[in-house]
Ligand binder design. Structure first.
Ligand SMILES: NC(=O)c1ccc[n+]([C@@H]2O[C@H](COP(=O)([O-])OP(=O)(O)OC[C@H]3O[C@@H](n4cnc5c(N)ncnc54)[C@H](OP(=O)(O)O)[C@@H]3O)[C@@H](O)[C@H]2O)c1
Length: 163
């Protein structure tokens, strides 16, 4: 499994169930990296998507502990074991973890590649991920140029886990 996330200088990723900021270049990058793939998310991240609906053109796998929860167009899994079992049906590289904080922090170290958009700003946040630069098994294998939108600079990084 790989993961994709946008984090600010403090590794903040969200506030009140929403993203910290909307950068059109980052949303485009997210779409490119996830289209046609299996996207894995927590129930709260699904609810934060437009209309609370699954992402089109992707297989949406959603983790919840709620035994009643159903959502049209989503594969619902109700435990980590069930999630692992479902994901084992797909090639590792075709699965992308897309949030939120709970799931990132559960699975980050298991991921093979981390696609991290570093947003060079500080926002008020209530959801954070681990500092990828402090995870010694991960090395940066690619970094883009620095982009800027509405005065906010950001840069795409790709980390790879050592075997
Ligand atoms: N910056 C980014 O790239 C990015 C990307 C995605 C999300 N986000 C942000 O992240 C924040 C949401 O993160 P979050 O941690 O609150 O929510 P989340 O990880 O999206 O979802 C948490 C939910 O997942 C389910 N869950 C988690 N662990 C489980 C387990 N072991 N077994 C069964 N179900 C489990 C539970 O659902 P139930 O309560 O239904 O049981 C839990 O409430 C939002 O602010 C969002 O905007 C940011």
């Amino acid at each position: 499994m790989n993961m994709i996330v946008a984090a600010d200088k403090n590794w903040g990723i969200g506030k009140d169930g929403q993203l910290l900021t909307h950068l059109s270049g980052d949303l485009k990058y997210f779409k490119e990296k996830t289209m046609g793939k299996v996207v894995v998310m927590g129930r709260k991240t699904l609810e934060s998507l437009p209309g609370g609906r699954p992402l089109p053109g992707r297989i949406n796998v959603v983790l919840t502990a709620d035994p009643q929860y159903e959502k049209e167009g989503c594969i619902i899994v109700r435990s980590i074991d069930e999630l692992r079992s479902k994901l084992s049906e797909y090639p590792c590289d075709s699965v992308m973890l897309i949030g939120g904080a709970t799931l990132y922090n559960l699975f980050m170290e298991e991921c093979r590649r981390l696609f991290i958009t570093k947003i060079y700003a500080e926002f008020e946040a209530d959801s954070f991920i681990k500092n990828a630069d402090a995870l010694s098994r991960f090395k940066v294998v690619h970094q883009s140029e620095v982009y800027e939108e509405h005065g906010i600079k950001y840069q795409f990084f790709e980390y790879e886990r050592e075997k």
